[in-house]
Design a protein around this ligand. Sequence first.
Ligand code: SF4
Length: 136
Amino acid sequence: MTLSPRGARSLAAGFVGQHGPPAITDPLKETSMSISRRAFIENGAILIAAVGVSSVALSDSAPMLSESDPTAVGLGYKAKASAVDKAKFPQYAAGQMCSNCALYQGAAGASSGPCPIYPGKSEAAAGWCSSYAKKG
Ligand code: SF4
């Protein structure tokens, strides 16, 4: 099929009208966008890992819970489980302590660790409070 110049122009105009102008791609720009997207994802993963590590570090270095803390007083917390007021907290049983409580989040063998009952504080592994829940 042969087209006259006029026919070719009108065919081209119809093509542009239907599909828009042909896309002009810049391979260099696409490459730099791919790299920056990859860098963004990689940096995001590093940032998430760093936040995770720092939150663990922060929770491990949280100040120790004081036995005079109002919540601790109310729940009978003692840094040494053997010092628990057994008359006031008869549910206490010898051998119960934070380190074997289901709520305790300290590392195995650590002398203290966090517990969700006392946010921002660290509890003694040898401690106890009336929210004690035996590890399943
Ligand atoms: S809830 Fe468990 S881990 Fe938390 S302070 Fe009480 S006994 Fe310790």
